[in-house]
Design a protein around this ligand. Structure first.
Ligand SMILES: C[S@@+](CC[C@H](N)C(=O)[O-])C[C@H]1O[C@@H](n2cnc3c(N)ncnc32)[C@H](O)[C@@H]1O
Length: 301
């Protein structure tokens, strides 16, 4: 069968089975099968697929038709310009999570400007619930002077995050820890605590895409009955582990934003950042800092 015909048939099957973005999926899986880029698909429409290629393409399509996310079939997902390995042991990194990275970089930049007259200080950052390592790796790449820690309760997730760190030559920059949130981390030690925690409530399970429910790790998605259970534990721990004036930056959803604000009452400053769909996506809270020198001030929210 020719490449063009294989693609046309795949798009038709995916469409008939209501798989979203059928052309994108058909192309992605063919690129994966042939180990080529999209330009190659368009440059060689008449290229014959070998029997082995046809069989592997059909298997990949069958997996997709059964609902397996394309990223678990190909084993790859792009995040912050990096190609990351993903397996069903970890959540597939989402583009919205890049807002977490942007927020940390903006805050770090504000801190740097505010502290210009002080001796340079090495930023200590911890990513809680690192999964594939996407947040820790992006921050390690962007902040070459920072000391980065990555925590997860899942051994398999940590193994994969390490693999991703090695692939991007960042293994020397990140320390990995198997822990329950921040349990065991010392007081006043971090400038930033960053997390994309599980924040979906079991009560809203029916609203979660079937593919997510069936194939992504439940412990990475669901926090408990309301969705606030993990952050309700993380916030008091963060309040201890942050240095005064340090920032807790978490991914959230529109469903938990009000609950998250309540849990952060008493923190010095609160910022909510919307995603491109204008859904509250990131909450940043600054640990109260009695007697903080005026140069730190409070940045505009
Ligand atoms: C929503 S996923 C985020 C993964 C990754 N940071 C990302 O943004 O794609 C949440 C992660 O938190 C981890 N996790 C869940 N409960 C945890 C706990 N009590 N302590 C540490 N990590 C936990 C899960 O294993 C999962 O990897």
């Amino acid at each position: 069968m020719q490449l063009k015909q294989a693609l046309t048939e795949a798009v038709a099957r995916l469409t008939a089975n209501n798989v979203p973005s059928p052309r994108m999926n058909a192309e992605l899986l063919l690129m994966f099968t042939l180990d080529c880029d999209r330009a190659y698909l368009y440059a060689h429409p008449e290229r014959d697929l070998t029997a082995d290629e046809t069989s592997r393409y059909q298997s990949a399509l069958a997996e997709r038709l059964r609902g397996v996310p394309a990223q678990y079939i190909t084993g790859h997902q792009e995040f912050w310009g990096m190609d990351l390995i993903v397996t069903p042991a970890v959540l597939i990194p989402r583009p919205e999570t890049e807002h977490v990275i942007e927020t940390v970089l903006e805050l770090a930049d504000e801190e740097k400007r505010a502290e210009q007259e002080c001796p340079p200080n090495i930023l200590r950052i911890v990513d809680v619930g690192t999964g594939s390592g996407c947040i820790a790796l992006a921050l390690a790449g962007e902040l070459p002077q920072a000391e980065i820690h990555a925590i997860d309760v899942s051994t398999k997730a940590l193994e994969l995050a390490r693999v991703n760190a090695v692939r991007h030559q960042l293994e020397g920059r990140i320390r990995f820890h198997e822990a329950d949130l921040l349990t065991g981390f010392e007081e006043n030690s971090f400038d930033f605590i960053v997390s994309n925690p599980p924040y979906v409530g079991e009560s809203e399970e029916d609203e979660v895409q079937l593919e997510v429910r069936k194939f992504e790790p439940r412990s990475a998605v669901f926090a408990g009955p309301t969705g606030l259970e993990i952050i309700a534990r993380l916030i008091p721990q963060a309040s201890t582990a942050l240095r005064p004036g340090g920032w807790l930056v978490m991914e959230i959803s529109g469903t938990i934003v009000e609950g998250a604000k309540q849990l952060l009452k008493g923190w010095e400053e609160l910022r909510i950042i919307d995603d491109l769909q204008e859904i509250p996506r990131v909450i940043a809270a600054r640990k109260i800092s009695p007697g903080m020198p005026s140069y730190r001030g409070t940045a505009a929210g």
